[in-house]
Design a protein around this ligand. Structure first.
Ligand SMILES: O=C(O)C(=O)C[C@H](O)[C@H](O)COP(=O)(O)O
Length: 218
């Protein structure tokens, strides 16, 4: 197994995220919802999705959504190297973590899958830089101080890009996306658990399209 070069952290996925600028964070209890969800998201204009390992359905959902050639499917809430392997075997093309785990990051680099670890402090951002990464998930964004906190952190870390997640919604996403340091924003607002459980796919598409339009205006 060859180690991935740090600059390959995210070439393809960063490009996709930089275009759509919205990363839906999905919690699926039933993998049978994955295919209609993929269709609803792409109908709303999105090309990337993070499926969280918060549920046992995650790997099957990643497998099902990866069949949609229009969609760039990643795995979220990845806490262990074993979950990295499970996600990659299911077709995940990138890994997202809520925090910075040196062993998860090292494993992702070893198997050659882009990883976006969470970072909530200057120290964690330096850990990401030390690991050769240039993009972190800023989680939980609103609770940590939102736009003002990212501005403050971006000042010394000029080459770092952020994916703020946690408390982001259609009302505040423009404020985040207006920051040059923000690559994209993540969140659950267009894929709320009740919408998924009740199969309200038209509403998912409407909320997704609204988010995509808001991102375009920012
Ligand atoms: O599951 C993970 O790995 C996380 O890091 C948490 C999610 O990204 C946030 O919970 C999304 O936040 P909301 O959009 O406010 O619902």
């Amino acid at each position: 197994m060859t180690a991935v070069h740090p600059s390959e952290q995210s070439a393809d996925v960063s490009e996709t995220l930089a275009k759509g600028r919205i990363l839906p964070v999905v919690v699926l209890d039933d993998a049978r919802a994955a295919a209609p969800l993929a269709a609803a998201l792409t109908a709303g204009g999105l090309r990337s999705v993070e499926v969280t390992f918060r549920t046992d359905a995650a790997a099957d959902a990643i497998r099902a959504m990866s069949e949609d050639p229009q969609l760039f499917v990643g795995a979220g809430t990845v806490l262990t190297p074993g979950q990295v392997d499970e996600a990659v075997a299911a077709g995940a093309r990138f890994i997202v973590c809520p925090g910075f785990s040196p062993r998860v990051v090292a494993h992702c680099q070893q198997v050659g899958v882009p990883v976006f670890p969470g970072a909530a402090t200057a120290t964690e951002i330096q850990m990401a830089i030390d690991a050769g990464l240039d993009t972190v998930k800023f989680f939980p964004a609103e609770q940590l101080g939102g736009v003002a906190m990212i501005k403050a952190l971006a000042a010394p870390f000029r080459s770092v890009r952020f994916i703020p997640t946690g408390g982001v919604n259609t009302g505040n996403l423009r404020d985040y996306l207006a920051l040059p340091a923000v690559l994209a924003v993540g969140g659950t607002w267009m894929v709320a658990p009740s919408l998924l459980a009740e199969g309200r796919w038209d509403e998912v598409t409407t909320l997704t399209a609204a988010a995509v339009n808001a991102a375009r205006e920012s």
